[in-house]
Ligand binder design. Structure first.
Ligand code: S3P
Length: 444
C-alpha cells in the first residue's frame, strides 16, 4: 500500500478558463467503501460497477483481502466480491492499514468489534491524529473491547469474541461514519441497535443494507437494525461522486464563459448541500435526467458561469456539504460580499483542520479571512495573488486551490498533493481536459 508521506507531489496551477466539456468524475467514495464491506459479508457474488479506484477505497479492498475475502479487480471500475457471509471473515496476519481513510477506520471498527478474532486498525500520519473515541465509546457500550492510543486516536486494538448487545445511541455529532459503524456492529448484536442523529447525514449505509436485503427501520432521525440477519449479494452501480464533481461546479461557476456538464452524479438528498449552497450564491446549475439507480438518485448536472454573491450559509446545509467546504470557500472568495459559515466545527477534524488550513492557504495568496471556532467569514472580491500554498496532505485542500488558480492573478504552487489520489485519481488530467492550466510534479 502506498504511503503518501514517502513521496511529494506538487501542483503548479496558472490562471485559466473557461471550463468547458462533458465529463464523468470518478465513483462515489462513500458508496465504494460500503459496496466492498457489504459485498464481503454477503452470501454470494456481488458485482460493482463505477467503483472508485482511489487509495482510500483500495485500502478497503486490501483490508478485506487481508481478512480472507476473494476480490477480483478493480478493473476499470468493475469489482467482483466473493462474499463470505456474516461469519466468514478470517483473522488477519497483521495490522490492517487503512491509509488516509477515516471512513474506512470508523466503519471497520464496527464490524470488527463483533468478530471472533483480534484485530488492529492503523492508518497514515493524518488518520493517526483523528478522533476515534466517537466510535470506540458507543461500541464499548455495546460490549466491545477496544484500546486506542492517547486521546482516543488510532491505532485501534479490537479484542475478538466479545458478544455485543444492541443499544440506543443519541449521537452528539452529526456523523454518518459513527452511525454506519454502529449499524454495522448492530448486524451482529443481540437485539436492536438504533442511532439517532442530531441532523441528517448521508444515508448510503441504510440504503445499501436494504439493497442487500437487510431491513433498516427508519423513523425521523433514527435508524435501527436487528442483529442476526444476513446479507444477500447484489449488483451495485456506484454513481460519480458529488464531492469530486463539486470542484468542477465551483470551477465552472467562477470562470467566465464556462459551460460544463457532469454526468451520472450521485444526488442523494443527504449529499446535495453543495448545489443548494452554490444556488443560494447565485450559481447557474441545471439538474436533468434524474433517475434512480440501485436505490440512489442520480442525475446529470450542468454548470455555467454566473457572478456569485456572498451568503450566510444555512446551518442545516452543513452536514449535507461537509466535504465541500474547502472549495465553497473558494467560491466565497470570488463572490461579491460576505460569506459566513457557522456550526461547522467538524471541519477541524477532517483530513486536516479544514478551517485553519484553508484560511492559511488563502492568506498565502493574499486573501484575508476571519476564522471562528466553528466556521469562517470570507469577504469576497479581494484580489487573489499567486503564491505557495501548503495543502497539509489534504486532498480536498489541494484540489480547492487548483480551482482557485482559475481566477488568481498569478501562479499558485500547491505542496503536498499526493493524497489527491485518495479520492480523485486522474484529477489533473480531467482538470486539464476541461480547461484548467495545472501541472503535477512528482509521482501521482
Ligand atoms: C463519510 C462521512 C463524512 C464525510 C466523509 C465520508 C462516510 O464524515 O466527511 O468524507 O462515507 O460516511 P462524518 O460522517 O464523520 O461527518
Amino acid at each position: 500500500m502506498t504511503n503518501n508521506t514517502e513521496h511529494q507531489v506538487t501542483f503548479r496551477a496558472q490562471p485559466a478558463g473557461p471550463i468547458v466539456g462533458d465529463i464523468r468524475v470518478p465513483g462515489d467514495k462513500s458508496m465504494s467503501h460500503r459496496s466492498i464491506m457489504l459485498g464481503a459479508l454477503a452470501e454470494g457474488i456481488t458485482e460493482v460497477n463505477g467503483f472508485l479506484e482511489g487509495e482510500d477505497s483500495l485500502a478497503t479492498v486490501q483490508a478485506f483481502r487481508d481478512l480472507g475475502v476473494t476480490i477480483e479487480g478493480p478493473d476499470n471500475g468493475f469489482v467482483r466480491i466473493h462474499g463470505v457471509g456474516m461469519n466468514g471473515l478470517q483473522a488477519p496476519r497483521g495490522p490492517i492499514y487503512l491509509g488516509n481513510s477515516g471512513t474506512g477506520m470508523r466503519l471497520f471498527s464496527g464490524l470488527l468489534a463483533a468478530q471472533a478474532f483480534d484485530s488492529e486498525l492503523v492508518g497514515d500520519a493524518s488518520l493517526t491524529k483523528r478522533p476515534m473515541g466517537r466510535v470506540a465509546d458507543p461500541l464499548r457500550a455495546m460490549g466491545a473491547v477496544i484500546d486506542t492510543a492517547e486521546g482516543g486516536r488510532p491505532p485501534l486494538k479490537i479484542r475478538g469474541s466479545q458478544p455485543l448487545t444492541g443499544i440506543h445511541y443519541d449521537m452528539p455529532v452529526a456523523s454518518a461514519q459513527v452511525k454506519s459503524c454502529l449499524l454495522l456492529a448492530g448486524l451482529y448484536a443481540d437485539g436492536v441497535t438504533s442511532v439517532t442523529e442530531p441532523a441528517p447525514t448521508r444515508d448510503h449505509t441504510e440504503r445499501m443494507l436494504e439493497g442487500f436485503g437487510y431491513h433498516v427501520y427508519r423513523a425521523d432521525a433514527t435508524s435501527s437494525v436487528s442483529g442476526g440477519g444476513k446479507l444477500v449479494a447484489c449488483n451495485i452501480d456506484v454513481p460519480a461522486d458529488i464531492s469530486s464533481a463539486a470542484f468542477f461546479l465551483v470551477a465552472g461557476s467562477i470562470a467566465p464563459g464556462s459551460d460544463l456538464t457532469l454526468r451520472h452524479v450521485g444526488m442523494n438528498p443527504t449529499r446535495v448541500g453543495v448545489i443548494n449552497i452554490l444556488r443560494l450564491m447565485g450559481a447557474n446549475i441545471d439538474v436533468s435526467n434524474e433517475r434512480a439507480i440501485g436505490g440512489e438518485p442520480v442525475a446529470d448536472v450542468r454548470v455555467r458561469y454566473a457572478p456569485l454573491k456572498g451568503i450566510d450559509i444555512p446551518e442545516r446545509e452543513v452536514p449535507l456539504a461537509i466535504d465541500e467546504f474547502p472549495v465553497l470557500f473558494i467560491a466565497a472568495t470570488f463572490a461579491e460580499g460576505r460569506t459566513t459559515l457557522r456550526g461547522a466545527e467538524e471541519l477541524r477534524v477532517k483530513e486536516s483542520d479544514r478551517i485553519q488550513v484553508m484560511a492559511d492557504g488563502l492568506a498565502a495568496v493574499g486573501v484575508k479571512t476571519t476564522v471562528t471556532p466553528d466556521g469562517i467569514i470570507i469577504d469576497g472580491g479581494q484580489a487573489m495573488t499567486g503564491g505557495i500554498v501548503n495543502s497539509h496532505g489534504d486532498h480536498r485542500i489541494a484540489m480547492s486551490f487548483a480551482v482557485a488558480s482559475l481566477r488568481a492573478k498569478g501562479e499558485i504552487v500547491i505542496n503536498d498533493c499526493a493524497n489527491v489520489a485518495t479520492s480523485f485519481p486522474g484529477f489533473v488530467e480531467l482538470a486539464q481536459q476541461v480547461g484548467m492550466n495545472i501541472q503535477s510534479q512528482g509521482e501521482v
